[in-house]
Design a protein around this ligand. Sequence first.
Ligand code: NGQ
Ligand code: ZN
Length: 455
Amino acid sequence: MQKLFLKTALLPEGWARDVLVTIDAAGRIAGVAAGAVPPGDALRLDGHAVPGMPNLHGHAHQRAIAGFGERAGAEGTDSFWSWRAAMYRALDRMTPEDFEAVAAWGQVEMLKAGFTALGEFHYLHHDLDGSPYADPAEMSLRAVAAARETGIALTMLPVLYAASGFGGLPPTEGQRRFILDADRFLALVARLDAEAAADPHLVVGIAPHSLRAVPPALLAEVLAARPAGPVHIHIAEQPREVADCLAATGARPVDWLYDHARVDGRWCLVHATHVTVDERRRIAQSGAVAGLCPVTEANLGDGIFPAEAFMAEGGCFGIGTDSHVSIGVAEELRLLEYGQRLVSGRRTVLSGGAGRSTGETLYLTAAGGGARALGIEAGRIAPGARADIVVLDAADASMIGRRPDSVLDGWIFAGNRPLVTDVFAGGRHVVAGGRHLHEDAIARRFRAALERLHA
Ligand code: NGQ
Ligand code: ZN
């Protein structure tokens, strides 16, 4: 049994002092005792300990173009869709080695930011020219290998991508590396299931990319073939997508999905930005997780999710870093809250009620929702959960004069400082003193890959 002695820790019942956490050989929390006396063989951590945050949505390859899409094109032409065309072009050169290097570095940044689990929404399946690799799981297994090296818990979400638009429009040249049919997709899922059977840190779900990319019959077929486990889908991110869906089907995307699939707590609806009041309520009542990615949604000009009403309706949400344009737990949660303030003209919008800490409510809600979306027991420091624990520097300027119950407000709203000193992911001490265990080697490979890709 590994033992951690935490000076202050956020437990499900609130903040506690002198907390002894025991961790079993599988990386799960076996016991939690507050007000304990430190045993001699415990590792002592003097910062503020909080549950690790799940990152419920990311595309590893996009870390290679973070911040490269900010030079203006012809006046008025830059949009989500022009960014996507540029992102596709970056895939013209990305080899499996490049992909693994980029994925590993992104995961290091996540862990250092306090993310301890990741939903990898993976659609880069084929070789540069669009032909399948000898091993159809070549690219997926690169993401898995990166996670084994970095220690982040991985929920692999192999993506089904078949069309370029509603009505089953044929895929474009830029999408040649993504395309699978049902049989090839299900074979890939089976291959990953076999990997996961022997790996307690790997979960496998499925990800029909979007209603744009997966025609109705194909969606029904893969859902029937996969009755359990996480299902993630991009939905209603852009107004044009809503308009195209309406034109093709007579329904908006969220309505269409709820009318044609049994959407429940295993689903994660990524973005769900453009929803009517009815659609919003359908999501909240179904128990599906809204996968909010505020930084990417801001970067791409997507819009603002109606989080205040959704939360009041009991809706469940988590956060994702999606395009990885800037990877930060505090940053995602801050922007989520600030978006709501900017549209409502009020403060502490997502606090959950009088007297409550906005930062703590945001944090714990997103941690619980993220864990549900990724199909893992996590998001709380409690027996049975994964030992995903993040320690914040209690000596930092932004922490001065705070009682523990305002620590998360300090992290999220004050100073924008990198406060994470230590991270345990599945019991593995992967970040210590603010540095990842394998940071230097992974950084070297990332640098070489990026220099080649942008040469
Ligand atoms: C993706 N990203 O799959 O990486 C998408 C772009 C698309 C976001 N939607 C491609 N943010 O949606 O067609
Ligand atoms: Zn996405």
